[in-house]
Write a protein that binds this ligand. Structure first.
Ligand SMILES: [Zn+2]
Length: 233
């Protein structure tokens, strides 16, 4: 049983690896459309601005209590997304339990490609995941979202000793503290903007697609009291 499962997992890993490699090679040679097999090409037809508007419309439904995502038939959605996914937006959000991403944007199965890490900062693994989201799955927008009362940002501002490896988070958030600290909200917003810029600059795949107008990387701030998401300039 376990051998068969691990073989399946291995072949899935190989498939995913090949998919990403194909996309990256395609981008490097300027031929993304040709390099990708049809089944992994972008499916969503929204523009980057349209995808962002769709996200914000969902947040408005959440704030006003007029959510529609819970009306979808989850059984049908699960069935339709077994073999493919067509998320229109990707997110880099905090791991905080008060930031349930699909819920606050009123989205259901298959709509959002979500990476989460305490302090919503960029790492090589986060970049790899988001590159897969935009280059292979075709998401049109990436939203890097900080939130009110973020414990990771607060702990970085305080700079005290922390248990285990918790302090490994701090150096990633420190540039925002240097820029906007010690105010928590200002630092959290600065962090979202710094991480969005980092994503745009440090990923050749994403920066190339940004230049071509195929994807947009924006920073945002989630107010856990009102439920409202604000896009930061
Ligand atoms: Zn947080």
């Amino acid at each position: 049983m376990s051998t068969s499962f691990s073989n399946q997992a291995e072949s899935r890993r190989r498939f995913l690896h090949m998919g990403v490699t194909g996309a990256v090679v395609g981008l490097l040679t300027g031929g993304l459309e040709l390099a990708l097999p049809p089944e992994v090409r972008a499916q969503s037809t929204l523009t980057p601005d349209g995808a962002l508007a769709e996200l914000m419309a969902g947040n408005k439904r959440f704030v006003t209590g007029r959510m529609t995502s819970n009306e979808h038939d989850l059984a049908i959605l699960k069935e339709k997304t077994i073999d493919k996914q067509e998320p229109f937006a990707a997110l880099l959000s905090c791991a905080d339990s008060r930031v349930p991403v699909e819920l606050i944007f009123d989205q259901t199965i298959g709509h959002l490609f979500v990476t989460r890490i305490a302090g919503n900062f960029v790492t090589p693994e986060i970049i790899a995941s988001l590159e897969y989201g935009v280059a292979v799955l075709g998401t049109e927008v990436i939203l890097v979202m900080g939130h009110a009362n973020c414990g990771a940002v607060k702990a970085t501002i305080q700079g005290k000793e922390a248990a285990g490896q918790i302090s490994a988070l701090f150096p990633h958030i420190q540039p925002a503290v240097d820029q906007a600290g010690p105010n928590l909200e200002a630092t959290t917003k600065a962090n979202a903007k710094i991480q969005a810029a980092l994503l745009r600059e440090s990923s050749t795949v994403i920066s190339g697609m940004v230049k071509q107008g195929k994807v947009k990387v924006v920073a945002g701030y989630y107010d856990i009291g009102t439920g409202s998401v604000t896009i930061l300039d």
